[in-house]
Design a protein around this ligand. Structure first.
Ligand code: F6R
Length: 614
């Protein structure tokens, strides 16, 4: 979490830094700050709250510097406050640093520094780091780059840092271990970001720093990239950025979340592109082709992910077992990494992550690799840590997802996983050609059918108005739609702060039914295939206890129309593909309820888009 931006060049740094921070607010938004090099000193502006608060405060002062570093924070050590906001100064007042990550041994470093007379003004691990670098520099009487390198060899934890010295502001030193850092290359200027969005309008050339690397960045000079451990030089690999500015702006919507919900038909087409070939009756996924033998002979698939991405893995569990008849286990990254799981050479691990930076998923991947498993990554962000750490993989190509609540990334992940399940079923000889083709054709129709679900917007808005003040919600589903019940509940709680739980419908009578009374809205995901009749009975059970039922049903449904309080229809589709449609009304329901409750939908409290801490 936390976002970093830095600039060195001829332009005024402040507007570039502030714009960049606003684009990175998805990484944290409890406080922010900038440090500008001007008139031989460091102008430091920091404020609790959104970037705008800091911007307004800074604009009352001088912001003319052409070198600067900036930060938007998601608190780890110390609560959100002006003091704990980054950048942090060293005791000498010469060094200034921004940091994304966690320094695990900060307490022992802090004790050492205190015994040497250092004082601290914040509760952060970052202030310890900047002072530790100063301590090493004073001791070794060396240049900043060397002091950073030597200090980092004694640091345990995760970091992406930018630091400069007020007496030599033309050079920014950066380093990376575990948290992302991208360097944008302009003609006589350079940009640094936690991702490339802060500098998209200035350059399309970028270098993604790898773990264990650091660089000295000077406006008009070649980059000097080194290994932190050995000081060995590293040849830079320049990437051409594909993203455009439009894709990271709101495009007339009130919130990114709504824009991203509406982008789903297009996002799914982009996920298909070049891969789903219904006329030729085939799926082409190069990442799978490369490891076709491994997939053919695998004994088991383990899927690992967190949050919404974990829900897409749960959907995939049904599909892989159904289509490819291969055992699947779904693991939270955080649990998997800290157990001693049995991983065999013939296992394939599929790691799923929108951001490609989730610390627990990344750690789970590293563990699976060291146990000898082949790891396949499904990520949305190109060049992300997970994309680089896995043996092979597939990008979802959903485009940047900026709203903290995941929507289009989820449906794109389910789309990729559906294609993989189909392909695996084919590779392993589990399908008849006609069955396979029917699924391919219907998958190809899904974006059009999502458009039809989006037309239900007004109805969903009206239903939302009726339930916006509820304090609890229950979501029920069965089979492949049980994970959709979980996802619906997660969406509602994260953006509207209403307590919500997802359950397999049959589990209701084992406990949750006690919660049902006339104040409890129950959302039932009940398309007409799968376990429809069972769900009809579950709805009766809820109604018998006066619960309010909002049912997601297939067009033309009569039974649930009569017994439910509200129905939202989705077009008919094959059972395996229903999650791609049933999730859409649940996204809209949580969106409208959150907006009606006055919540900041794109930036829900306490959350961040990219969870780079464990
Ligand atoms: C919920 C949400 C989170 C993420 C989770 C994993 O809407 O977005 O639950 O799904 O933090 O993030 P990624 O997919 O980036 O690994």
């Amino acid at each position: 979490m936390c976002g970093i931006v830095a600039y060195v060049g001829d332009r005024k740094a402040f507007p570039i830094l502030v714009n960049g921070l606003k684009r990175l607010e998805y990484r944290g938004y409890d406080s922010s700050g900038v440090a500008l090099a001007q008139n031989g000193s460091i102008a430091l502006y920091k404020k609790q709250g959104m970037v705008k608060a800091m911007e307004d405060h800074a604009l009352l002062n001088d912001t003319s510097g052409t070198t600067g570093i900036a930060h938007t924070r998601w608190a780890t050590h110390g609560q959100p406050s002006d003091e704990n906001a980054h950048p942090h100064l060293s005791n000498s007042g010469n060094l200034v640093l921004v940091h994304n990550g966690i320094i695990e041994n900060y307490q022992s470093l802090k004790d050492l520094l205190k015994s040497e007379g250092f004082v601290f003004h914040s509760e952060t691990d970052t202030e310890v780091l900047v002072n530790f670098i100063q301590y090493v520099q004073d001791k070794e009487q060396c240049k900043l780059r060397k002091a950073v390198r030597l200090a980092l060899t004694q640091v345990v934890g995760a970091y992406a840092i930018c630091i400069y010295d007020k007496d030599k502001p033309e050079e920014i030193v950066v380093a990376k271990m575990g948290s992302p850092l991208v360097i944008g290359l302009g003609k006589d200027e350079k940009f640094i970001g936690s991702d490339a969005t802060p500098f998209l309008e200035y350059t399309k050339e970028a270098i993604y720093l790898e773990d264990g690397e650091m660089a000295s960045i000077i406006a008009g000079e070649e980059l000097d990239i080194r290994l932190i451990k050995t000081d060995g030089t590293v040849a830079p690999v320049i990437h051409k950025l594909q993203m455009d500015l439009e894709s990271i702006e709101k495009g007339g919507y009130d919130y990114f979340m709504m824009k991203e919900i509406y982008e789903q038909p297009r996002a799914i087409y982009d996920t298909f592109r070049g891969r789903l070939l219904p006329e030729q009756g085939m799926i082409k996924m190069s990442g799978m082709e490369e490891y076709a033998d491994k997939f053919r002979n695998a004994d088991r698939i383990i899927m690992t992910a967190c949050g919404t991405s974990w829900h897409s893995a749960l959907v995939a569990e049904y599909l892989f077992e159904e289509f490819a008849r291969i055992p699947v286990e779904v693991e939270y990254g955080s649990e998997f990494r800290y157990r001693n799981p049995v991983i065999r050479k013939n296992d394939i691990v599929i790691a799923i992550s929108q951001s490609g930076e989730t610390a627990d998923t990344l750690a789970a991947i590293k563990m699976a690799k060291s146990a000898g498993a082949m790891v396949f990554g499904i990520c949305n962000v190109a060049g992300s840590s997970i994309a680089r750490e896995t043996h092979a993989g597939a990008y979802t190509h959903a485009g940047p997802e900026i709203g903290v609540a995941s929507t289009k990334a989820f449906t794109s992940q389910v789309t990729i996983l559906t294609m993989m399940a189909l392909e695996l079923g084919k590779i392993r000889g589990e399908f008849s050609t006609s069955e396979y083709r029917a699924l391919l054709n219907e998958l190809n129709n899904i974006p059009k059918k999502i458009e039809k679900v989006l037309e239900k917007k007004e109805l969903i808005e009206q239903i939302s108005a009726l339930y916006k003040d509820a304090t609890n919600f229950l979501y029920l589903g069965r089979g492949v739609n049980f994970p959709i019940a979980l996802e619906g509940a997660l969406k509602l709680k994260e953006i509207s702060y209403i307590h919500a739980e997802g359950y397999p419908a049959a589990e209701m009578k084992h406990g949750p039914i006690a919660l049902i009374d006339e104040n409890m809205p129950v959302v039932v995901v009940a398309p007409n295939n799968g376990h429809y009749e069972k769900l009809v009975s579950n709805v009766q059970e809820v109604k018998a206890r006066e619960g309010k039922v909002i049912a997601i049903v297939t067009e033309g449904d009569k039974e649930l129309l009569d017994s439910s309080d509200h129905v939202i229809e989705i077009p008919e589709t094959l059972e395996a593909l229903t999650p791609l449609l049933t999730v859409i009304p649940l996204q809209l329901l949580s969106y409208y309820i959150a907006v009606m409750r006055g919540c900041d939908v794109d930036r829900p409290r306490n959350l961040a888009k990219s969870v780079t801490v464990e």
